[in-house]
Design a protein around this ligand. Structure first.
Ligand SMILES: C[S@@+](CC[C@H](N)C(=O)[O-])C[C@H]1O[C@@H](n2cnc3c(N)ncnc32)[C@H](O)[C@@H]1O
Length: 221
């Protein structure tokens, strides 16, 4: 089965035989791939909207996985079941992911692993996760027409510096070519934003300058 590099990278971080809930599954292709690869035997694929669930249901049926992939209309993790040990949330903004998790922190008590791929506000998300009692076990950068970050977290404590919140502690300490290119991209974006900000936004400008310096230091520029 063919899926995007982004979804393949997410799949590679799922523990073998995990009991997963894929929140915001959309098409459920990730869940179908995971089952077809034998990495997991079953999955709960959920979405807040009925449209994606209808599409997912068609895809699940096409693969004959109706008895393996349960489809659920759920706002975030509100309908999580007690046997779920791994929650996947990908393809959403970081603030939406924070909202989904923070609304129902008590429902995460059996969840040992989070696999998250936010497309914005990653710094705020890492900051939230530090306070929530999860630690980053692995992070990967994948280029799939644009850059995506995927992170895997296990239960535990972490203490992140400002640089680590911005760029990811694992990515900084395992910097490969893709990661370095991603950091350069983040640096470029911040330089562009800074050059376009009106001078009245002094606080935002100061914050951006600080972040630019941090990235330059890490890249040894
Ligand atoms: C861009 S798609 C990402 C699909 C898939 N996870 C991926 O990474 O390819 C985002 C999906 O998240 C769903 N979504 C947004 N907010 C949600 C929430 N609070 N709870 C569940 N699903 C949500 C949307 O309906 C949409 O289907």
């Amino acid at each position: 089965m063919k899926i995007s590099n982004r979804l393949k990278t997410i799949a590679s971080l799922v523990p073998k035989d995990a009991k997963i809930m894929d929140v915001g599954c959309d098409h459920a292709l990730l869940d179908i791939f995971l089952v077809s690869e034998g990495r997991i035997s079953s999955a709960v694929a959920s979405d807040v909207r009925m449209g994606p669930i209808v599409t997912a249901s068609r895809n699940v049926k096409d693969f004959g996985y109706e008895d393996k992939i349960e489809l659920l209309v759920s706002d975030g993790i509100e309908k999580i079941k007690p046997d779920i040990d791994t929650v996947i949330i990908s393809g959403m903004g970081g603030l939406n992911i924070i909202d989904i998790l923070s609304k129902n922190l008590n429902l995460l008590k059996n969840v040992q692993t989070l696999i998250l791929s936010p497309h914005s506000d990653i710094k705020k998300l890492r900051d939230f996760l530090e306070k929530t009692g999860y630690m980053i076990a692995c992070e990967k950068v994948v280029f799939d027409n644009k850059y995506y970050v995927v992170m895997k977290l296990n239960r535990g404590k972490m203490k992140l510096s400002e640089e680590e919140k911005l760029l990811g502690p694992y990515l900084i300490s395992h910097m490969d070519r893709d990661t370095e290119n991603y950091f350069r991209y983040v640096l470029q974006k911040r330089r562009e934003i800074l050059s376009q900000l009106p001078s009245s936004l002094t606080f935002k400008k100061k914050e951006l300058k600080k972040e630019i310096e941090m990235i330059e230091t890490i890249l040894d520029e």
